[in-house]
Design a protein around this ligand. Structure first.
Ligand SMILES: C[S@@+](CC[C@H](N)C(=O)[O-])C[C@H]1O[C@@H](n2cnc3c(N)ncnc32)[C@H](O)[C@@H]1O
Length: 233
């Protein structure tokens, strides 16, 4: 399978257009959504263009994710209407949303501010039964500690949350794509869980960080669904 277990340097729409349809069991991604945040450039207009890429990304994801598969998308309330619009126009079906309540994060140290809640939107590619594995409790993750390890990305997501979500929606040997992979959190956790992955990131610096992270990440054989959407203890 093309680009399986790889982090690809490039624009996610262009890279996904090279992929055949119906290949991934799910997508888990975290698009850029901080209007004033510097990713490639320092201007707001460039950042808005980066954010608007979600429209074409949603279309390509619909093509490469299998029918019935889920797409999990992190977003905050400033950009929420845009992501709902983009996914609806691309034909995704909205299922529900979870919340990540953040009391500590890299953004605070690196940018001097941070928002404290992110939504985690769940869409399905078409109809069909949605399978969530394991026990279900509630739908808010509370992140009250800094990451154990910082990979230098202001939007680095906590591995424990990504791990909980991936274990909820996939089984080992299934596959996930992250078209905005940043420092590679989705892919690193997927590797740990024995899930196949593709990450796409436009910034070479973050691609190199992710590749090193992937080399150091070990696959762990046990794959036990944890309590669903529990808080960090
Ligand atoms: C919010 S961050 C992802 C952070 C990631 N979840 C982590 O834990 O490190 C979004 C990333 O998307 C990248 N990006 C933005 N537009 C992109 C595009 N069109 N193609 C590929 N990557 C893009 C940015 O460079 C940024 O690193």
């Amino acid at each position: 399978m093309k680009y399986i277990n790889e982090i690809i340097h490039g624009d996610s729409v262009e890279v996904m257009r090279e992929l055949p349809e119906n290949v991934y069991d799910a997508c888990l991604t975290d698009p850029p959504y901080k209007l004033s945040q510097k990713y490639t450039t320092s201007t707001d207009s460039d950042n808005i263009i980066a954010i608007a890429s979600i429209y074409n990304v949603a279309i390509e994801l619909k093509r490469v994710v299998k029918v019935g598969g889920l797409c999990i998308v992190f977003y905050d309330n400033r950009i929420l209407p845009m992501v709902l619009d983009a996914y609806k126009k691309a034909g995704w079906k909205y299922i529900r949303s979870l919340t990540m309540y953040r009391r500590a994060g890299n953004a605070y140290n690196m940018c001097g501010w941070m928002s404290t809640s992110d939504f985690i939107l769940i869409f399905q590619n078409g109809d069909g039964k949605v399978n969530f594995y394991g026990k279900c409790s509630h739908d808010v993750y509370v992140k009250d500690k800094m990451e154990k390890e910082s990979f230098g990305h202001p939007a680095q997501k906590p591995e424990w949350i990504i791990e909980d979500i991936l274990q909820r929606i996939l089984l080992p040997e299934m596959s996930v794509i992250d078209p905005y992979s940043g420092s590679g959190t989705t892919c690193a956790v997927a590797k740990k869980l024995g899930i196949k992955y593709t990450g796409i990131e436009q910034e070479l610096e973050f691609v190199n960080i992710s590749k090193k992270r992937m080399e150091e990440k070990k696959e762990e054989k046990e794959f036990e669904p944890q309590t669903l959407f529990n808080t960090q203890t």
